[in-house]
Every structure is written in C-alpha cells, then in structure tokens.
Design a protein around this ligand. Structure first.
Ligand SMILES: [Zn+2]
Length: 380
C-alpha cells in the first residue's frame, strides 16, 4: 500500500474545495459534509460529517451516505467533469499551497499499512470475541427488543446477542479476565489502549445497544455490529471498532452468514442489510441469509462469494430493502451488487414483497408464514 499514482491526493482535494475540517487523525479526517441537506422527514439537520479516508483516497458521509473517490468529491461539489476536475486540482497544488499534504498522506499510508498488518488472525478474533461475549449479558430491555422482532428465546440465545457492557466495573472485569486467561487483545478491532496505557474496549454511553455477532462462512465471529438503543443522527447501527484510538483497528465491516450451509439443497443464499435483519429473516424462514452492513458495504463481497461457492452455493437472491425501487442511489448500489455477483460466477435474482414493508424481516414478522408472497425475478 503506497498510495495513488496521481500528483495529488484526497487531502489536496479537501484543501482545494476549502472544506471545513472538524477533526483529524493520522488516517482519517472529518469535514463538514457539503452534500447534506436539511430533511425534516427523517430528522437530518443538514450537518453531516464527511469522513475522508486518506489511505484509500475515498470519502463517505455517515448521514447522507454520499461517497466515492477523490475525483468524485471534486466533481460532485463543483459540478465540473473529471477532466476539468484534474486540471483544477493540479492548478491548485501548483500555486501556493501552504499545507504539506504529501507528508500527511505518506504518514497516513504508513499508519494504515501498520494497522493492517497488526490485525489478529480470523481464529484469534473468534477466540477473543467468544470469550468476550461469555463475559457479557443480555439485559431485559434489549431482550424485549429482540423478542418484538419475532425471535424466540432459544433463537436469541443461539445467535449470541448481548447488551453492550458500558460500566467502568464491567470494563475492568472483562479486560482482566481476557488478559489473565491469555486471550489476544492486541490487533482485535474494538480494543485499544487508553491514556494511561491500559487496554480497554470502545463501548460507552454513546454506542449503548445490542451486540450482534457477525459470523464468517466458516463460523468464526469476525466482529460485531451494534444496534443502538438511541439511534444517533439517523444511524441505527455502528460497528464495534477502535480505529481512531491508540493501537485500535477498524472493524473491517465483515459480512455475516446466519447458519452453517450443511443442508442447502437449493444452493441459494439470500442477501440482506445488516446482521440482525439477516438473523431475524433466517429465524422466521429457515432460509440461509447473509447480512452485509448496507447496500454500499460491498468490499467484503468478493471474498464472501468465493467462500460461499466453495460450499456449493450457486445463486444469490438479493433481498435488500425495497427502497432501491424509489431511491436512485440505492438502485445504483443494487446494480453494482448484481455485477459483483455475476462477475464472481454466481446467479443473481432479486426478491420483492409487499412494498409497504421496507425490510424483509418486517414483512415476515408482520404476516403469518402461510400468507407470505414473494416475487423472485432475474432483474437487470
Ligand atoms: Zn452528507
């Protein structure tokens, strides 16, 4: 990993556009999102935080989900084409820039490579995360929420949901247990070193909620999504991550397969948004589901598809939320998904249901199984 081959980088684009920087750390900057608009319907106040991922020359707004590469950032803000964008940026960096973005960029690349190589192996993550779960409990409030979604007590137990431990004493206890019993903490996303140099994990009041284990195709826990008790600025889910902390790491946004594919005679796997939605849909239907964090979270897909193929899977049925039929951006992501499925040698179908229900889990939970009506089409 040594950065792009251009004469400029995404920091130059940020500077060139005079975006307002809110916060910086070695690999990421947060700037005021130039794309967010006030939307009273979903509560957006127009003040999104655009994350600039320096090692990847990429950006994404956690609020409006506008995202792309560095040239997209420039063209979307200014409305000029890519050729003009390149000229503008080059002109900018050749004329009196005071910030040394080159060294910041090089540092970000180095920091990123170091973090990537420091990540614990899949087996180590699984081992630590399982022990971590065994030291957490599921409290009544979160359990009620899961029961309301249509899950049974047995299913809730089986999936391993827990309430995020946020009290100081819980943190001490869990960390001590992990260390005393020889579990690897260094290189495990979510864990970090605090200011006094002690290990801790990134679960506090701001991300209180339900821990949702994300299982790999070979049944290893590779991370956790958190269903927030109190959604923040339109976000219901966060990752268990420590990427902006000392010795911390990003979750890497792993995909989640709901169950082992031992009796998958149809060679089909269904795909939806988020680990919890996948678990609920599997629990209610008995069909194998894969949950990915969102329609735009597609980096994990090539590896996932390759692993599924090894288990005999031949077709992916896309059950993403029905907003792709009304939302152009989501529809674009759906087409990208379709291409990824096909390019990886699998069949692709799209499933639809009563469009008064956005998510497949909501539709399933609201109806008796005998009344379910699904349409599966080979959409283009
Ligand atoms: Zn935005």
């Amino acid at each position: 990993m040594s950065g792009n081959n251009y004469d400029y980088n995404i920091l130059d684009v940020v500077k060139c556009l005079s975006l307002v920087v809110r916060h910086t750390n070695p690999t990421d900057w947060d700037v005021d999102c130039p794309f967010c608009t006030v939307n009273p319907v979903n509560g957006h106040d127009g003040k999104g935080k655009l994350n600039i991922c320096i090692p990847k020359d990429a950006f994404r707004c956690s609020r409006c989900d506008t995202h792309g590469g560095m040239l997209d950032l420039y063209t979307l803000v200014t409305g000029v084409d890519r050729k003009q964008a390149r000229q503008d940026i080059l002109e900018y960096i050749n004329h009196g820039v005071s910030v040394d973005t080159k060294s910041l960029y090089a540092k970000a690349q180095a920091d990123y490579s170091k973090r990537c190589s420091a990540k614990a192996s899949a087996s180590e993550l699984d081992r630590t995360y399982r022990k971590f779960l065994s030291l957490c409990v599921l409290e009544t409030k979160q359990k009620e929420n899961l029961l309301q979604r249509g899950l049974s007590e047995t299913q809730i137990k089986k999936f391993g949901f827990r309430t995020t431990p946020t009290h100081k004493e819980q943190h001490y206890h869990i960390i001590n247990q992990l260390i005393l019993n020889g579990y690897k903490i260094q290189g495990v996303p979510g864990f970090f070193k605090d200011k006094s140099g002690r290990w801790n994990f990134n679960l506090f009041g701001f991300n209180e909620g339900i821990l949702i284990p994300m299982m790999s195709v070979d049944r290893k826990i590779q991370g956790f999504q958190i269903r927030l008790d109190n959604p923040r600025k339109g976000n219901k889910y966060l990752w268990f991550s420590s990427k902006s902390k000392a010795q911390g790491l990003s979750s890497g946004s792993p995909a989640h397969l709901t169950n082992p594919l031992t009796n998958n005679a149809n060679h089909i796997v269904y795909l939806t948004e988020g680990g919890l939605k996948a678990d609920v849909a599997y629990a209610l239907s008995g069909k194998p589901f894969v949950g990915v964090a969102g329609v735009n979270n597609q980096n994990c897909l090539p590896e996932l598809f390759s692993n599924l193929k090894k288990l005999g899977v031949k077709r992916i049925v896309d059950c993403f939320d029905r907003d792709c039929e009304f939302n152009e951006q989501v529809e674009k992501a759906r087409r990208k998904l379709k291409n990824k499925v096909i390019n990886n040698g699998l069949g692709y179908s799209r499933m639809s249901w009563d469009n008064r229900f956005k998510g497949i889990d909501d539709y399933m939970a609201a109806h008796n199984r005998r009344e379910w009506k699904f349409n599966i089409t080979e959409m283009r």
